[in-house]
Write a protein that binds this ligand. Structure first.
Ligand code: SF4
Length: 157
């Protein structure tokens, strides 16, 4: 079972829609590349919703005893909190509300993706602190990533 922040799963699909089929290790040492590969090769991968430090965060240099000590760039989103922990929590709570999910809920990657397909036509409210043009771009990539993931994990008849 993979513990994952809802927005991390959304980010993986968005990256897929952007054309990322391979994920490289990051300077922070986090496990995005491992988790993304595990999810993208198996639509039945079981996910547990985690709004704190998830499996991606575990090896990250910014994970201090389960709390992220990183900051975000607020130059283009002045209304957003500077703390990445607070920002992530804000976005994750909005995704949970949108998708009917809560801490510790379990579902497969494909089930999560199907919920997203039904609920992600307009994501501007979730990323309301961000410039609209960037959100529209993100939304288009996410839609593409959702379609690609559902196609590649479709059950064999
Ligand atoms: S949320 Fe923080 S701890 Fe988790 S991967 Fe990102 S920077 Fe690292």
């Amino acid at each position: 079972m993979i513990a994952i922040k809802p927005h991390h799963f959304v980010d993986i699909l968005t990256a897929l829609g952007e054309g990322h089929v391979e994920f490289q290790p990051h300077a922070y040492g986090h496990a995005l590349h491992c988790v993304a590969e595990a999810i993208l090769r198996d639509g039945n991968a079981l996910l547990r919703m985690e709004l704190g430090a998830d499996d991606i965060c575990q090896p990250c240099c910014h994970n201090l005893d389960g709390s992220c000590n990183d900051t975000i760039d607020t130059s283009f989103r002045p209304e957003a909190p500077k703390s990445k922990r607070e920002w992530n929590l804000l976005i994750d709570r909005r995704w949970c509300e949108r998708l009917g999910l809560a801490q510790d809920d379990c579902l497969t990657a494909r089930e999560f993706c199907l919920r997203l397909r039904e609920s992600s036509e307009d994501i501007s409210d979730i990323y309301r602190e961000m410039p609209r043009a960037g959100v529209l771009e993100r939304q288009a990539k996410l839609q593409k990533g959702i379609s690609l993931f559902l196609a590649k994990t479709a059950p064999v008849p």
